[in-house]
Write a protein that binds this ligand. Sequence first.
Ligand code: MRU
Length: 354
Amino acid sequence: MARTLWLDSGRRLFTWDQIRLPFETVELELASEQDCAKAIVTMQVRGAPLIGAVAAYGLAFALRADARDEALRGAFDRLLATRPTAVNLRWALERVMQVVRPLAPGARADAAWAQACAICDEDVACNAAIGRHAAALLTRLARPHRALQILTHCNAGRIATVDHGTALSPIYALHEAGLAVHVWVDETRPRNQGASLTAWELRERGVPHTVIVDNAGGLLMRQRQVDAVIVGCDRVAANGDVANKIGTYLKALAAHDNEVPFYVACPISTIDPHCLHGDLIEIEQRSPREVTHLLGRDEEGRLRSFQVTPDDSPAANPAFDVTPARLVTALVTEQGVIPAHVDAIAQLLSGGGA
Ligand code: MRU
């Protein structure tokens, strides 16, 4: 299966247009800083690790056009402003910046491109490692005579990353290893990343799954129909608070109340050591139109936008929420499993391992 972000034989950069999924599988070429920024803003690409990787290429494209100091700073700031919550965006841009800033302008674009490629390769390895660590945890929860029942929210799958995904990586690993697994897929209103993207991915891999409305998870947990919840994250604060797609917090509360383990698949690049606690994380406020209108396919197969609210009702659209560390059973990183706790996170970030 191809990566989510790939170079063709002519070194041109491509991805999938995620706005068109699951109805149409359309390749999207990214050929400039502007293309990369637009794709992030419009959510043609989305998911914290993928946003970071696309932004890194965006900076490389910008440097091809103008690599002087002022232009470099301008492109960095413009790309950083595309989405506020996922810290991988800043992480990737700063990583490229650190490499190119000391170089002469003429050497910067190639160095930035090489960094963007390295970020992609490392993302693939990181997510595979998260998959192995989380699969070991989840295997222990499997019960005889029934498939392992996992609930996930939003899309933290292969198309939210360069490959494998974070929260879905262990599910693919278990499925490929022959363990019976079934996934409850939260639809994830308002943009339906679960119903549209996670379901599409799971179907593509042949993983048994059922799409549910966002409000169904609590009931399923009370009925013991969920063995574990696993989600991705957009930013983890130094104290272990987790920002992720709106609705994650409610799942964590329901999991806590029903003693269902709540795991967060967390690349180390998603931990923000400068953010002391989750209330300091900027929550993206998106257009109310995403709440008042739904995108779907009509009976003739055409993609249509449908209004679902009265004409004049105001709508609010906070895109992320914060789950307090106390509700998180563990963070699963590429280096292993750690408690969502300030000391464990500090140790991990200082190179002390999981
Ligand atoms: O608004 P999105 O679709 O970019 O939000 C995505 C999420 O919240 C994911 O759960 C998170 O980025 C982790 S992706 C591996």
